[in-house]
Design a binder for this molecule. Structure first.
Ligand SMILES: [Fe+2]
Length: 304
C-alpha cells in the first residue's frame, strides 16, 4: 500500500432537502455551504487516498437528501465510503447513496489493515418475515445513542475472524463511551467493551455523532471523534465551532494518527454558548426539553 495510507473523514454532513426544515432547528448551519467550505479546504491542504463519511449523511433521511449527498461526495476524485448514522433512514440510505466512486462497502482491506464500517444503530432495525430488515417507526432510530444488537455484533466478530487482518480500524457513527453526558449509554458501551475483549486486533475507532470533536480511549483503544458540518461545538471553552473534518495516517505497522481541522469563517464564529446548551451536553435536559424551553422563550419575547 501507499504508506502511510491517508484518509480524510467527514461526519454528520446532514444534507437537507431544499424545502425541508433542519431537524432540531435552532442554530443549524447551512450544510451545503459547510460542505463546499470543507471540500475546498481539503483540496487545498490534503492529498487523501480515500474519503470516509461516518453517518448522519442526511438530516431527515429523505431520498432527495441522499441524491444531494451522493452528488456532493462524487466531487472527490478519490473513492468515498460511507456508513449510516441515527439520522439516516436505512432503507433510503441503502438504496440511494451509491454512485461510481461512492460506496457503502462494509470492509475495505488495505495491506495489513482492514477498515470495518459498522452501523452503530443497527440494533433498532426490525427483522422482517422476508429475511430483510426494516427501519423502525420514527423517531426510534433518530433518538438512538447507539445500539449494535445481536446481528451487528455477530457480524463484527465474524468479519474480524474471517478477514484475519493484522490491524482493524472501526468506522462508525456513534463513538463508544464518548465522555459527554448527552450521549452516555451504558448498554451501548457494554456492547463494545465485550467486543474489544475478544478482538485484540482493533487499533481504534473513527466516529462522529456528538458534534463535539474529541480524542479519548475506551479500554486502552483510542477513539477519534470528527467535527460535524451541521453545527459543531467545543466543551472547553464552551463555544460554537466552525464545520470541519479529520485527517488520518495509517502505517503498515499498525500505528495511526489523526488531526482535527476546522474551517474558520465569519459565517461560523466561535461564539460562546450559554447555560441551556451546556445543560443539554451534560445530559441534564433532553433535545425535546431544550426545544420546549426555546419555544417558550420565543413566545414570551413575542408577547412582550
Ligand atoms: Fe449528527
Amino acid at each position: 500500500m501507499q504508506s502511510p495510507f491517508r484518509i480524510v473523514q467527514l461526519s454528520d454532513t446532514h444534507f437537507l432537502k431544499d424545502d425541508a426544515l433542519a431537524e432540531g432547528g435552532e442554530g443549524a448551519y447551512d450544510t451545503d455551504a459547510a460542505f463546499d467550505a470543507v471540500f475546498t479546504h481539503i483540496a487545498a491542504n490534503h492529498d487523501p487516498h480515500m474519503i470516509v463519511v461516518t453517518g448522519d449523511i442526511a438530516d431527515n433521511g429523505f431520498t432527495d437528501e441522499y441524491r444531494k449527498a451522493a452528488e456532493a461526495f462524487s466531487r472527490f476524485d478519490v473513492p468515498v465510503n460511507v456508513c449510516p448514522g441515527n439520522h439516516d433512514h436505512f432503507g433510503h440510505y441503502s438504496a440511494r447513496i451509491g454512485r461510481p466512486g461512492v460506496s457503502t462497502s462494509r470492509v475495505i482491506e488495505i495491506d495489513t489493515w482492514a477498515h470495518v464500517f459498522v452501523d452503530s444503530a443497527a440494533g433498532t432495525l426490525l427483522p422482517q418475515a422476508s429475511g430483510t430488515v426494516a427501519d423502525p417507526p420514527p423517531p426510534v432510530r433518530l433518538n438512538s445513542n447507539g445500539v449494535l444488537g445481536a446481528r451487528e455484533t455477530a457480524w463484527i466478530r465474524e468479519t474480524c475472524d474471517t478477514i484475519a487482518a493484522e490491524h482493524v480500524f472501526i468506522w462508525l457513527h456513534h463513538p463508544p463511551a464518548a465522555p459527554l453526558g448527552l450521549t452516555e449509554d451504558a448498554a451501548y458501551e457494554a456492547e463494545w467493551r465485550a467486543l474489544l475483549s475478544e478482538l485484540p486486533q482493533v487499533r481504534g475507532f473513527g466516529g462522529g455523532h456528538t458534534h463535539v470533536p474529541d480524542d479519548y480511549e475506551i479500554d486502552g483503544c483510542p477513539v477519534a471523534v470528527a467535527p460535524s458540518l451541521k453545527n459543531n461545538f467545543s466543551m472547553a471553552p464552551q463555544t460554537w465551532l466552525p464545520p470541519g473534518y479529520r485527517s488520518y495516517e495509517f502505517n503498515a505497522n499498525g500505528s495511526w494518527s489523526s488531526d482535527v481541522h476546522l474551517v474558520d469563517d465569519e459565517r461560523w464564529p466561535r461564539r460562546p454558548f450559554g447555560s441551556l446548551l451546556a445543560s443539554l451536553f451534560r445530559g441534564d435536559i433532553s433535545h425535546g426539553e431544550l426545544r420546549q424551553i426555546i419555544e417558550r422563550r420565543n413566545a414570551e419575547r413575542t408577547a412582550n
